[in-house]
Ligand binder design. Structure first.
Ligand code: ATP
Length: 238
């Protein structure tokens, strides 16, 4: 089994707050890894260090066998990041954003193929800000794919979407999963973590408290339960 990401004892503090407190975690090639935990547990900070957007105070982040700090320019070409809504979205149309993002990269995936896979054709000339939440998220997924990345990061991709839009977005994500891409995402939805993730990492107060297949996590409970019970036991400690 090949690890595409290796976090070794990473620590990140903001003033007195230890956002990430000595985390060691491996992400395997081709898996969908879900990161769950309470608000403020350290999910986004962990993702930001994996993506090379922020540096850990200590510890090491290796991506595709290379150090994220020293090889960050090279590695950023090989990863895809689904952005949360940004101010950019107010001023730009879907097709313009795809062209712009594509121009940042040396390696490019055929835009027409991404557009057709994600069924974005009817929306190409629309401003992103005017799309529904589901189509905005599909657009940001498309933007994360323009460089045909080996690893795709999705920070709470389905938050705020209605159940049908969540399902549709997962169908879209799964189209890229079957190509063997590694997908790492954070979510507050236990049903989708259980259904779509190969493994789930549970973070509490900046520490990894468990990481395993959903079924193994459920079986590890003292009494039979669901992913919600796993969350309550590991992430909240009730
Ligand atoms: N830029 C920052 N400046 C100061 N504190 C920060 C910053 N980013 C994160 N924090 C703090 O670090 C801790 C972890 O935050 P983080 O955003 O990683 O948590 P999270 O698990 O992603 O939370 P949520 O589910 O609410 O998105 C929190 O206490 C947060 O307030």
């Amino acid at each position: 089994m090949i690890n595409v990401i290796e976090l070794e004892h990473i620590v990140k503090s903001y003033g007195d707050v230890k956002a990430v407190d000595g985390m060691t975690l491996q992400v395997r090639e081709g898996e969908v890894l879900g990161i769950i935990g309470a608000n403020g547990a350290g999910k986004s900070t962990t993702l930001e260090m994996m993506m090379g957007l922020i540096k850990p105070d200590s510890g090491s982040v290796k991506v595709l066998g290379k150090d994220m700090i020293t090889a960050s320019n090279e590695l950023k070409q090989k990863i895809g990041i689904q952005l949360q809504q940004t101010a950019l979205y107010d001023r730009i149309k879907v097709k313009e954003a795809l062209n712009l993002f594509s121009s940042y990269y040396e390696k490019r995936r055929d835009l027409n193929e991404i557009i057709s896979t994600l069924e974005l054709e009817p929306y190409l000339n629309k401003y992103i800000k005017n799309l529904s939440g589901g189509w905005q998220q599909r657009t940001s997924l498309a933007l994360a794919l323009v460089n045909d990345p080996e690893i795709i990061f999705l920070d709470e991709p389905t938050t705020g979407l209605d159940p049908q839009a969540r399902l549709e977005l997962w169908k879209a994500i799964n189209k890229f999963r079957v190509e063997g891409k590694t997908i790492i995402l954070s979510t507050h939805y236990m049903d989708e973590a259980q259904r779509h993730c190969d493994r789930i990492a549970i973070i509490k107060h900046g520490k990894l408290v468990a990481c395993d297949e959903p079924i193994q996590l459920i079986q590890s409970l003292n009494c039979k339960g669901s992913m919600e019970d796993v969350y309550l036991q590991y992430a909240v400690g009730q």
